[in-house]
Design a protein around this ligand. Structure first.
Ligand SMILES: Cc1cc2nc3c(=O)[nH]c(=O)nc-3n(C[C@H](O)[C@H](O)[C@H](O)COP(=O)(O)OP(=O)(O)OC[C@H]3O[C@@H](n4cnc5c(N)ncnc54)[C@H](O)[C@@H]3O)c2cc1C
Length: 523
């Protein structure tokens, strides 16, 4: 198949980009693919909302810029922070024009809330399921365009590059894709390929990310020789419900602490005041480390979040999804303490991109959580990632129009791209082995590459992940390719890069914490 534009991933980034481009360039054929259904990805699970300066009476761009820079431990790119925050309000209005509903006050103005690290109320939200509402509206909008087609249940295997075409343009020409239904591998060539494949949370045992967040875009970009940056900066959300619900870790939004919920240990003590003057609304990395410290001291499996001091009306109206999920496991947040534990939540690092989301490979863009733009520095400010996605999708769509006019390759060139070359198989049913290898990888990541790291732990992890990498390459070479093997191959590559990049860092910033460099057990 040939298409003008191939977009891999249909969260907020891929969908916004496709809508923008389809509006600007109706003759351009855009093909979207996604792993599962169109609406499945991290976007759907976002609870809090989008951080945007919209109340210009109280808030200013400068305040949001400063909050972002401080949360990122002064490591963010100042220019990027500046334009993302200034462009945010226009992009938010587009989401609203496309049909997204956000909560409003009686005077019809947006109802803004506050989250940790924000100096003003600026989070635009829809109850406690903002992401699902955004995803719904974007999918509805995408379906209006004749020039957008989409394929669900199709997984990126590898990007097509000069390695496949035996050319030397340092260009991406599309991708090989595996269908999850019949495991057939197809070739889709494209003038422009966009990775919007989301996060990597599944590298860890406890993660707020859904099952599909297996770092696929990053793994494929790495094999295609695009640069990956800042991978050690994985943000752990302090409060996920413990234990898992139906095998998945459920997030308890920070907005609950914004409304007054308090973290308590097994002795019933509110412990955050021991660790930070902002107590329960201290930066996420500090809260997460404080919780782990309490868990270790008390030899417990979790701590508690006490939301019983929040009015029942507020809990039921603003957090219906959280109340429902807690009740499904027998916890009533109106009366009971909620058991919580930190969980891998957001990748601040990713595929290196410029101010238009172009990667270092011609014809390849990366947008959203799989990219590294420089906005978040060493720690993402709450609700800044949906903002980053809409701003960079817009910029990438504008730049794509320029690229399409300047593409020097003839259409015939794409006909010469070879089909996927199958492997010679010795076995066809490695499901158990694939699962075991994945468990081993997660165990190493949890133990040595989690919230608290040490240099010796990282050295151990490097050795073990390297061995796993060879085992997984063998698994890949000797078996019929399956979606599970694709995911594992990506996960191990990204884990390896993350461990190596962690070992190069010589100081602690934001979410990266190596105990050997610390002067304080938490900060
Ligand atoms: C529980 C939770 C709560 C959050 N709350 C907030 C919040 O309140 N505010 C905020 O700003 N951010 C929040 N975030 C972060 C934010 O939701 C994500 O960073 C953002 O949605 C990422 O959007 P995306 O489009 O880049 O990727 P995603 O929405 O994750 O979409 C990824 C897409 O890529 C597809 N895909 C992945 N791999 C492949 C493959 N190999 N082949 C084909 N398709 C593939 C998936 O199917 C999916 O369509 C939250 C995240 C989580 C998990």
């Amino acid at each position: 198949m040939h298409t003008d534009i191939l977009v891999i991933g249909t969260g907020i980034s891929g969908l916004t980009y496709a809508i923008k481009l389809a509006e600007k360039s109706p003759a351009t054929k855009i093909t979207l693919i996604c792993k599962q259904q169109l609406d499945e990805g991290n976007t759907r699970y976002a609870q809090g909302g989008i951080a945007v300066v919209s109340n210009f009476k109280k808030d200013t761009f400068d305040k949001h810029i400063m909050d972002t820079y401080i949360a990122g431990d002064y490591q963010g790119d100042k220019e990027v922070i500046d334009f993302v925050i200034r462009e945010g309000n226009d992009r938010l209005n587009e989401l609203i024009d496309w049909g997204t509903q956000f909560d409003k006050k009686e005077n019809n103005r947006l109802d803004l809330t506050k989250e940790g690290g924000h100096s003003e109320k600026r989070i635009v939200h829809f109850k406690d399921h903002s992401g699902a509402e955004i995803q719904r509206a974007l999918i509805q909008k995408v379906k209006e365009f004749q020039n957008i087609q989409y394929f669900e249940n199709h997984i990126l295997v590898d990007l097509i590059t000069d390695h496949h075409t035996k050319t030397n343009h340092q260009t991406c020409y599309g991708a090989y894709i595996i269908s999850t239904l019949d495991e057939e591998i197809i070739k889709i060539t494209a003038q422009i390929t966009v990775l919007s494949t989301g996060g990597l949370g599944q590298l860890y045992d406890f993660t707020t990310n859904p099952a599909g967040a297996t770092a696929d875009g990053l793994g494929a970009a790495y094999r295609a020789k695009a640069f990956l940056e800042k991978l050690p900066f994985v943000q752990f959300h302090p409060t996920a419900l413990f234990p898992k619900v139906n095998g998945e870790t459920f997030l308890i939004t920070e907005a609950l602490r914004g409304e007054g919920a308090i973290l308590k240990n097994h002795l019933g003590e509110a412990f955050m005041e021991k660790y930070h003057p902002s107590k329960d609304l201290a930066p996420r990395d500090i809260v997460a480390r404080s919780i782990i410290q309490e868990i270790k001291t008390q030899k417990s499996k979790h701590v508690y979040l006490d939301a019983t001091n929040i009015k029942a009306k507020v809990l039921l109206n603003h957090f219906p999804y959280i109340v429902e999920n807690c009740q499904s496991v027998g916890i009533n947040p109106l009366e009971d303490l909620i058991p919580v534990i930190p969980a891998a939540h957001y990748s601040c690092g990713g595929i290196k991109v410029d101010e238009n989301s172009s990667t270092t490979l011609k014809g390849l863009y990366a947008i959203g959580e799989c990219s590294h733009t420089g906005l978040h520095g060493a720690n993402r400010l709450a609700s800044n990632s949906l903002l980053e996605s809409i701003v960079f999708s817009h910029r990438a769509a504008i730049k794509t129009c320029v690229d399409l006019e300047n593409n020097p390759l003839e259409k015939d060139f794409y006909l010469k791209v070879p089909d996927w070359k199958g492997q010679s198989y010795t076995s066809t049913n490695p499901a158990k082995q694939t699962q075991d290898l994945r468990k081993q990888l997660c165990k190493i990541m949890n133990e040595d590459v989690g919230i608290f790291k040490t240099t010796q732990g990282l050295i151990n992890a490097q050795k073990q992940v390297k061995q796993l990498y060879f085992d997984i390459v063998q698994l890949y070479n000797n078996n019929k390719l399956s979606p599970q093997i694709c995911e594992l191959r990506n996960m191990v590559s990204v884990a390896y890069v993350m461990v190596n990049q962690s070992l190069i860092l010589t100081q602690n910033n934001g979410v990266f914490y190596n105990h050997d460099y610390a002067t304080n057990p938490i900060l």
